[in-house]
Design a protein around this ligand. Structure first.
Ligand SMILES: [Zn+2]
Length: 387
């Protein structure tokens, strides 16, 4: 049973699209949010819990997995799907972003990057070929090109040079990629916030030809307005029938604005990281559950959520767990935040399909701007008597 990798449109609303991504490891409705499973685990979550939120695809990390446990070990143990018990599609990033973040621990040349492990200082090298081989060994459903992501702000010449090197690397990545039915490799569009450089990058990548296109080098400190204007200049240039993935983004508001600009796939550590630091995402913005005002609040975090934290526990209990540094706190709140992100994406997807995206987006934005639910709007639940 083999399937060809493809994205099939279901509905559109302006530049926003709803569709299905067909892969060797299943079909994913888009737009979609991919929980980040850096070292082969979505932190604090069982894979059953990840599934229960409605996630269809997760992300793994080449840099972290090549250091521990090593790509060859993952391959010997049946690949990343079996190793982490996620039979669905997995996208692996190329390691480019993490290696570039190492600063003085890395040395860049035209052929690749030599770096010292952040764990034990041991020397490693990543090249376009090596990164592609590692992702093959991991059995990634979607392999990402190895690229350089310059920190912003940077001079246009610096961004242009870096982008052109990434485009030469992209051709080498494509050369090294082993094509298999249902598997894909995405090229990564670079060029900072310069529309002309982004256009040049799209031309270079579509000239090589990939199954999908990612927009990299954003959400690195440029701010939402510049990110959106860069998307406005970039997404219309990407072939309509190719999936588009905005890397490392973002807040709920970022996701909505990017879907409106034609993006299909997202990943971000925000919901999982926030879940470990007592921050809850809700329809009415964020809550800090360490805050004393939650100490005796018997209501759930959100009246709209069917996650374990909201169906079985009160804000007061979550508050207590974080105040006592209990491990269950991060577990429950990560679950809740991922459930919120998936619910958000389901709602946006449904609105595109039903042709009501504009009204739905206005409603979402109005809700985010509102204060937390008042006790009148969300009374405490009736506690059943102990039998
Ligand atoms: Zn919840």
């Amino acid at each position: 049973m083999s399937t060809s990798f493809r994205w099939v449109e279901q509905a559109r609303s302006g530049r926003a699209r709803a569709g299905h991504l067909h892969t060797a490891h299943g079909v994913v409705p888009t737009p979609t949010f991919m929980p980040v499973g850096t070292v082969g685990t979505v932190k604090a979550m069982t894979m059953d819990a990840v599934r229960s939120t409605g996630a269809g695809i997760v992300l793994g990390n080449t840099y972290h997995l090549m250091l521990r446990p090593g790509a060859e070990r993952v391959r010997a143990l049946g690949g990343l799907h079996r190793f982490m018990d996620w039979p669905g599609p997995i996208l692996t990033d190329s390691g480019g972003f993490q290696v570039m973040s190492l600063g003085p621990l890395r040395k860049l040349d035209q052929d690749g990057v030599t770096f010292s492990s952040h764990i034990d200082g041991s020397k490693h090298r990543l090249t376009p070929e090596r990164s592609t081989d590692i992702q093959h060994a991991l059995d990634a459903t979607i392999t990402m090109c190895f690229d350089e992501c310059p920190a912003l702000p940077a001079a246009p010449e610096v961004i242009a040079q870096s982008m052109r090197m990434s485009m030469r690397w992209a051709a080498r990545c494509r050369e090294a990629f082993v094509q298999r039915p249902g598997y894909a490799q995405y090229g990564i569009i670079q060029g900072g916030t310069e529309a002309e450089l982004r256009a040049e990058s799209v031309r270079a990548l579509t000239g090589i030809g990939f199954e999908g296109y990612a927009i990299g080098g954003l959400a690195v400190g440029e701010g939402q307005e510049l990110m959106f204007s860069t998307l406005d200049a970039t997404t219309p240039l990407i072939p309509w029938d190719s999936p588009r993935y905005l890397m490392g983004v973002g807040t709920p508001d970022d996701l909505l604005g990017s879907v409106e600009r034609g993006v299909d796939m997202f990943d971000c550590v925000m919901p999982t990281r926030a879940g470990r630091t007592a921050r809850a995402y809700t329809e009415r913005g964020t809550l800090n559950l360490r805050n004393a005002r939650h100490a005796v609040d018997s209501r759930p975090i959100s009246p709209h959520c069917d996650c374990l934290a909201c169906t079985c526990h009160s804000r007061a209990y979550l508050h207590h767990l974080f105040r006592t540094n209990e491990i269950l706190g991060p577990m429950l709140l990560t679950w809740h935040n991922l459930a919120y992100y998936q619910r958000l994406m389901r709602g946006i997807r449904a609105a595109i399909v039903e042709g009501t995206l504009e009204a739905h987006a206005a409603w979402l934005r109005a809700q985010w701007a509102m204060e937390d639910w008042s006790p009148d709007e969300m009374p405490p639940p009736d506690i059943p008597p102990v039998p």
